[in-house]
Ligand binder design. Structure first.
Ligand code: HPA
Length: 267
């Protein structure tokens, strides 16, 4: 960690971000438009490099609406074969850099039948179905507790701010529970029915490990999913592809960017 922080501070001149954002599939454009300093994950000690198409793999620092922001343009996933500890290391780095508020974004499939592709959903809670937890292993008591409370992972005040911002912008916003699977295969119709019965509204392959670690480090978390597709049981015989997911995220990105900018303004 010390080596990582020294390296980053050397590149950024000690820039102190207060807001961190993880930009999911197809949502990385914000970090192209607002980019004062960018560092490739490949160059940062302790970071693993991103392999998914549509993910850039850069840590981007910028002043956005008068706030110091650090963005992860692309993230690493469990399904790539990485350990959850490695995937969530950048969250601990952001905490160490001074980030207090973390905005996690992702692309997700709709489980709730009232959701449509290109909808945005504020995450109210999550269900970890990845079969693993990033906090397994020896605990570093300087970062957080051995048995962290999880009763309010997604900050209620931030949810309220996000809802207000959406209303001000005239953006229809959904709220719901994000269910995390390991991936990389999408879900079967039977799995989607199970997720729905067990309380999931949207399903994806990321975010939850980051939220667990950020909650453990006592960061205030806001989660936003971009609904990119009807989940398997609602596809009516059509097949789901990664291209369809990216296309829907692209369709939502103007609204998504406007919402994130307004939220940064209001935090
Ligand atoms: N399932 C899992 N992850 C996803 C989906 C999905 O339908 N869409 C985008 N990410």
């Amino acid at each position: 960690m010390e080596k990582t922080i020294d390296f980053i501070n050397g590149k950024t001149n000690g820039f102190k971000p207060e807001i961190g954002i993880v930009l999911g599939s197809g949502l990385g454009e914000l970090a192209d438009e607002y980019c004062d300093i960018a560092i490739s994950y490949n160059d940062i000690p302790g970071f693993v490099k991103s392999t998914v198409v549509g993910h850039k793999g850069r840590l981007v620092f910028a002043d956005i609406r008068g706030k110091n922001v650090v963005m992860m343009q692309g993230r690493n996933h469990f399904y790539e074969g990485h350990d959850l500890k490695d995937i969530t290391f950048p969250i601990k780095v952001m905490k160490e850099l001074g980030v207090k508020t973390l905005i996690l974004t992702n692309a997700a499939g709709a489980v709730n039948e009232t959701f449509k592709p290109a909808d945005l959903m504020i995450i109210t809670d999550h269900i970890n179905f990845m079969g693993k937890n990033p906090l397994i292993g020896p605990n570093d008591n300087t970062l957080g507790e051995r048995f962290p409370d999880m009763s309010e992972v997604y900050n209620k005040d931030l949810i309220e701010i996000a809802e207000k911002c959406a209303n001000n912008l005239g953006i229809d916003i959904q709220k719901g529970v994000y269910w995390a699977n390991s991936g990389p295969s999408y879900e079967t119709p039977a799995e989607i029915n199970m997720i729905r019965m067990l309380g999931g509204d949207a399903v994806g392959m990321s975010t939850v490990p980051e939220a667990i670690v950020a909650n453990y480090c006592k960061m205030n978390i806001l989660g936003i999913s971009c609904i990119t597709n009807a989940a398997a049981s609602a596809l009516n015989g059509r097949k789901l592809s990664h291209e369809e997911v990216i296309e829907a995220a692209n369709k939502a990105k103007v609204r998504f960017k406007a919402l994130i900018l307004e939220i940064i303004n209001q935090i």
